[in-house]
Design a protein around this ligand. Structure first.
Ligand SMILES: [Zn+2]
Length: 378
């Protein structure tokens, strides 16, 4: 396994400490085939698939009790739900954070900076806390207080930045001049960890893939993780083809849905105001062309959903016992959106929705969702 620059084609040893190519290009990990021998049947969490990840010796692997998250059949909702909000910091980002921070620890990094809409910052600073690595996290100032409190509580230095997600990213990159920029959007080790969600789904279905997988899409890390997972399974001959991957965005930040609809190779910046789904309030994804290519390779699609559909999805899930944040609920809102457009066939007969973040992260936002006649004043 090596890093490969997507712009100039230069490759690097995995022992090289860097987050992008010297030319400024985005780095990828070279694709790998997966065999059954690569699965550590006694392992849990991302380390179950350690053979398929950038190497970390067992003594440097951070472990916070990660398990294979449940995949539950909710025929009442017409989908299976992958409960990734049950990971240690309350979001799927732990998959990437666990691998990235363990790798940085292995490479001797003592301090990092990063930017985040909230969940990645919470995940990475949580694993930094476990690994005694200092962290400084730049976040959009208006994001959920629950996420900001979580980042601060685990000991990270919190740097609220006025403006959009992209403003927080610019501030973090400027601060990275004298320390390491552990960006979950740039660093390929983070995406390598996210691939584990795809391998888990495949194992949990008895080593087969579902008809489709719907997931929220801001920068598109989970889309790229799923794509890497199924690519490895195809290369290893364990499946014939990837399931259809469906990226779900908010209408307020719909650069991927727009580019898919217009047949573009590169998304254009798009933002049209506020969304409940703060975790995907991304004007222009860092790896946009790759996200588009991943969706097309799976014969997938992208859909933008309305704020009303997001709200309904949050409340529908909550009232059936599944408490997730609005960003996480957009996957189910995507099902509603496809049905409303007469595109049910795209889901197939066995869709999976990945639920990415806990409702406990965004209590204030959820409290503000309610309808005036029955919702308590909280
Ligand atoms: Zn390069």
């Amino acid at each position: 396994m090596r890093y490969l620059c997507t712009v100039c084609g230069r490759d690097y040893e995995l022992s090289t400490l860097l987050w992008r190519c010297d030319c400024g290009g985005i780095l990828d990990l070279i694709p790998v085939p997966m065999t059954l021998a690569d699965i550590d049947s006694r392992g849990s969490g991302v380390w179950r698939y350690a053979n398929l990840l950038p190497p970390v010796p067992p003594e440097d692997r951070l472990v916070l009790g990660e398990q294979m998250t449940p995949l539950i059949d909710r025929s009442d909702l017409g989908v299976r739900l992958k409960l990734d909000y049950l990971l240690p910091s309350g979001s799927y980002k732990d998959r990437g954070a666990c691998v990235l921070v363990s790798r940085l620890r292995h490479l001797g990094v003592k301090e990092i900076v990063l930017d985040s809409s909230g969940n990645a910052g919470a995940a990475i600073s949580t694993y930094c806390a476990a690994g005694s690595i200092g962290s400084r996290v730049f976040v959009p100032a208006g994001n959920s207080p629950g996420k900001l409190a979580q980042i601060a509580a685990v000991g990270a230095r919190l740097e609220p930045v006025p403006g959009l997600r992209t403003d927080a990213a610019a501030a973090a990159m400027a601060a990275a001049a004298d320390t390491f920029y552990a960006s979950h959007n740039w660093h390929p080790d983070f995406i390598a960890g996210l691939a584990s969600v795809g391998w888990e789904i495949w194992e949990q279905l008895g080593r087969r893939v579902p008809s489709s997988i719907l997931a929220p899409c801001g920068n598109g890390g989970i889309i790229l993780g799923l794509s890497r997972a199924f690519d490895a399974l195809v290369r290893g001959g364990l499946i014939e083809a990837a399931p259809r991957i469906v990226a779900v965005q908010s209408e307020a930040f719909d650069s991927i849905a727009d580019a898919m609809e217009r047949g573009l190779q590169e998304p254009q910046p798009r933002s049209h105001g506020h969304t409940l789904a703060e975790g995907i309030a991304c004007e222009l994804p860092v790896r946009g062309p790759q996200v588009l290519a991943a969706l097309r390779a799976s014969e997938g699609l992208a859909i933008a959903v309305t704020e009303a559909q997001i709200r309904d999805a949050v409340l529908s899930l909550a009232s059936s016992g599944v408490y997730v944040e609005p960003t996480a609920a957009v996957g189910l809102a995507g099902v509603t959106g496809l049905r409303a457009r007469g595109l049910d066939a795209m889901l197939g007969d066995d869709p999976v929705v990945v639920l990415t973040g806990s409702g406990l992260k965004s209590g204030r936002t959820v409290a503000d969702l309610g309808s005036p006649d029955w919702w308590p004043d909280v």
